[in-house]
Design a protein around this ligand. Structure first.
Ligand SMILES: [Zn+2]
Length: 156
């Protein structure tokens, strides 16, 4: 069992979680039919390591590809223009069920059903103010919490 703590202040940020052997297959997103949140990629009490880049910063992409695995193809830039961006964020983020962490939400902009990813930056902070992760829980995203490996420490 492990707990993730804030590098800045040492405060525990998560419940006790157990490692999964690999990043699970992302559940088929069921945003339609009135179900506005996908099934969580990682079950409660577990965590996985995502080898792909995740979250901000984003860089423009001319390729027709998702911004990151599980992310949407298009994002709004700071001028609210619809652009294709890809993640140039950290690799090997820790992925948890969002309900297994106790973090402060930073809302960059309004979202209708949950939190989304925006070029402005990550959206979850420790109580001390350090930005440590990002939750995606909007109707068109998967349902995941990613912790930045540079901002948290795993305590076994
Ligand atoms: Zn902290």
């Amino acid at each position: 069992m492990s707990v993730f703590v804030c590098v800045e202040c040492g405060k525990p940020l998560t419940e006790d979680v157990l490692a999964l052997p690999e990043m699970p297959q992302r559940p088929h997103h069921t945003g339609e039919h009135g179900n506005y949140r996908a099934t969580a990629t990682v079950p409660r009490g577990r965590y996985a390591i995502d080898p792909e880049p995740f979250g901000a910063p984003f860089v423009p992409s001319s390729e027709d590809m998702p911004c990151y695995r599980g992310g949407s193809l298009y994002m709004y830039d700071e001028n609210d223009h619809d652009v294709c961006l890809r993640s140039d964020g950290p690799r090997d983020t820790y992925v948890l069920h969002p309900q297994d962490a106790n973090l402060v939400s930073i809302w960059h902009r309004g979202s209708c059903h949950g939190m989304s990813h925006f070029p402005e930056g990550w959206n979850k902070a420790c109580a001390c103010g350090a930005v440590v992760g990002e939750e995606i829980s909007e109707c068109y995203t998967h349902y995941e919490l990613h912790l930045d490996p540079a901002k948290v420490r795993r305590r076994d």
